[in-house]
Each structure stands twice: as structure tokens, then as C-alpha cells.
Design a protein around this ligand. Sequence first.
Ligand SMILES: [Zn+2]
Length: 370
Amino acid sequence: MRDEVVELAQQLIAIQSESLLSNATISDFLQKWLEKHGLAVERICYIDPNGVEKVNLIAQMGEGTGGLGFFSHSDTVPGDGAQWQPFNPRVEDGKLYGRGSCDMKGPLAASMIAVAGIDASKLRRPLYIAIAADEEMGHVGAHHIQKESATFKQNWPTWTVIPEPTEMLPVYAHKGGALITVTATGRAAHTSLDTGISANFLIAPFLAEMAELAKRMKSEERYKNHEFDPPTNGFNLTIDDGGCATNVTAAKCVAKVNFRIMPNDLHEEIIAQIEAAARRYGLAITHRKLMPFIVPKDAPIVQAACRAVNAAAMNVPFGTEAESYQRYTQCVVLGPGGIGQAHTVNEFVRIDQLEQAVTAFQRIITELCM
Ligand SMILES: [Zn+2]
């Protein structure tokens, strides 16, 4: 089993699938593998805003209603290949290195090996593996699955494990995120002419208001949720004027305000305050948000996950696709690897955790579906 899961994870890492590229090649591989192991596979394709083909897969083993899903994604963040060899997986000191090893090709491989090891004739309820595109681009593929999957139109699994990296500790709640993009448009001109309008000066009063708002986020209790550690929302702001030269007025300046949404944190009021400030200074605004995820700690899927790993449920400050799937299926987040590894150079997953994941996933399957 150890060899199987490591080998499969290595094969997945070696197929480059950064979100900006098409994930058709890795989806072909995954579909063939799943079909070879007796699962029926539905393939949902769409074209992303850059004109690139993206593929979602929904695989099913067993018949009936309800059941259990393992929901992953096949895209990764960029490999940053100048600093390491992201698509040449290597094993060293009990760790598997490579882009996606922990987020989340390693965890996906563990769920595939777990399901493939189940005797389909003994299932009382169906098992599903869903593999979405574009998770790193705002959960776009997951939304296509929710709207278009013929498999799930017939039957959503009652319970779902999202195997994102949690060091194999069950997660019943996590924060979401809000991203508000504010753009000032000026006019570029060489300062020797002094005819320009600096977008940076246009946006400056808005930035000053955000600095004040950031202080309030940290000090005012009503914006906090003490179920989480830290209880605050990580309010942050970045600025981009395109690296404007110092002797030219900036034609454009984009500020991005980002914070982590928690249940009952007044995030709608916060977004409204940011938008009102932007409007006061005539700036353009767009925003998108990913909701927090929460399920009762005593929910059957959380309890099954706790028993499978012999640990208590916890919450985490990072987001997963549980935020969008929770409307359809009762979710728990549980997977090998640490989130501190995700999106880093020299990303790795510990091989003993990959093995532990296969065992734990099979325990959950046995308890809920056999
Ligand atoms: Zn992920």
C-alpha cells in the first residue's frame, strides 16, 4: 500500500497542471486509472476565461442513494521552477517532494488508493471521487460540478471528505475569504511636463481609511470570532502601480483588500464599508468572496473522521472547497500533509501520513458505507 500510494502521487505530480494550464492531460490519466479500478467516470469540460480547456471528473463505485464522497482538485499553484524541480517528484527522508505533493495530489492519491482497495460488491451505499479543476482560481470547477454533474443530479453523497492537508486531523470549520479590488485610474506623463495625474495620489486617501479600518479589525470585539485562533480576520492590503518609474505619474494603481471571513463576523458590513470608502474617492471596485465552512462537531461525518484517526475535531484558518459543497453534502476536511507546505518551494508530504490517510479513509468508508 505504501508503494502504491507513493507511486500514484509521483505520477500525478509529474503531470504539470498549474491552474493557468489545461488539466486535460492529468484528467485523462485520472479517468483511465479510475476506470481501470472499476469506477464509472463522468467528465465535465468547460473553457475558462483564458480560452483554456478544463476538466472535472466525478467517479462512482457502487449503487444506491446517499453514500460518501472524496472531493479533491487536480490543479496546483505555479511550480516556481527556477528554484527547485517541482515536477520531478523525489522521495527523501520519508518525505515526497514536488508541486502538489501536499496540495493536493498526495491526498488525492491516498483517497484513490483507499477507494480502489474496497470490494464494490460489499458496498451498501455508493462511493464517489470528485476531482475539480481551478480550485486555486476561486473554486470555479467545483461550481461547474454543482451545476452540471448528471451523477450528482441523481444523488449527492450524504457525507464528504475533503482531503486537503490537515496533518490528518478532522476539521469541522474553517475561515473563508473576501477579496475587494479597488482601482484608481490617472494619466501617465513625464514629470518634466507636469501634466500627469497620479493614480497613486487618487487612491491615497482610500488607503489611509483602510489603515484605520485594519486597526479596528484587530481591536473591536464585534469583528472577531473566538471559536478560531487567531480570532481576527487577517485584514490585509496590497498595492500595485505597475512598478511606475519615479519620474512618471502612475496611470493606474490597484489596491487589493483581503480578509478571512468567519461565521458571525459582520463581513458584509466590512465589505460595505470598504466599498463606500472606494466610492467616496471615485474609485472602481469589484469584489468576490468565499464563505466560511462550518458543520456541527457532532455531525456523523465529523464523528466518523474523529474515530478513524482517534483525534478530536478542530477548526483551521485556511479555506477549502467545503465552503461551496456544504450546501449539498455534509463535509469534513481531513487529509495528509501540512498547510504550511502548500504553495511553497520544496513542497512535501510525509509518506507515513499518506499511508495513514489510506487507512483512515478506508475506516470511514467501512463505517458509513459497508
Ligand atoms: Zn488545495
